[in-house]
Design a protein around this ligand. Structure first.
Ligand code: ZN
Length: 217
């Protein structure tokens, strides 16, 4: 039973390939780390999803049926919080290396609905933010944005419907006492619809705005 408990904290199988981990490996095996494709910084300009965004921090390129998709799936649907935290640490190191953000900035994880949170037991973007915070010391504010519960399941809808669907699903829950630089934290950026609507809701709260995600298409 104790071993099971440890398994929950440090899953003993790799999130990318399910092979057993050796003691020095946390959540992701060294072979899978090597398979991950770094996001090309030269592609930054292509990813201006929103004119307010100062800079994007993306660790890896999202490729279907690859290691990154399997890892993100484990994080989202299989309770692998350790993998989320470890990838957050990577992202934090990337942010530190780029030196583009001021020190008093706030991490705002993309919110999930209360229903989904209850089902999973956590919101993966908050765990990623905790990983970022562990190396950058930025504060996390997970009360600023909330998500309504009524969202239809997205897998059933077209891209256009998804944009419409997300409209107004993210709401400002509280006001900051003063404007602050904000980094929105997400697990994966695909259409940019989520970001767009989060930014709309954050209007008036931020000075400079950044985005950090584990992966982007
Ligand atoms: Zn692996």
């Amino acid at each position: 039973m104790f071993k099971d408990f440890l398994n929950l904290i440090y899953p003993l199988q790799c999130a990318g390939c399910s092979s057993p981990l050796v003691q020095s490996e946390k959540a992701i095996c060294s072979g899978c780390w090597m398979e991950l494709k770094n996001f090309d910084l030269h592609d930054q300009s292509k990813f201006l999803y929103h004119s307010s965004i100062q800079y994007h921090y993306f660790s890896y390129r999202f490729i279907k049926n690859s290691v990154i998709q399997r890892i993100l799936h484990q994080i989202k649907y299989n309770g692998n919080k350790t993998a989320a935290f470890v990838l957050g640490v990577e992202l934090g190191n990337l942010i530190k290396k780029q030196h583009k953000v001021d020190e008093d900035c706030i991490l705002v994880p993309v919110p999930t609905s209360i229903k989904k949170r209850r089902k999973r037991g956590y919101n993966q973007t908050e765990i990623i933010a905790e990983g970022i915070s562990s190396v950058t010391n930025y504060n996390i504010n997970n009360q600023l944005l909330v998500r309504k519960n009524s969202l239809k399941t997205q897998t059933m809808s077209t891209v256009f419907e998804r944009w419409q669907n997300i409209e107004n699903e993210y709401q400002l829950n509280s006001q900051l006492s003063q404007k602050s630089d904000i980094i929105i934290v997400d697990d994966v950026v695909t259409t940019g619809a989520t970001l767009h609507h989060c930014i709309q809701s954050l209007e008036g709260q931020y000075g400079k705005l950044y985005v950090a995600a584990v992966a982007a298409v």
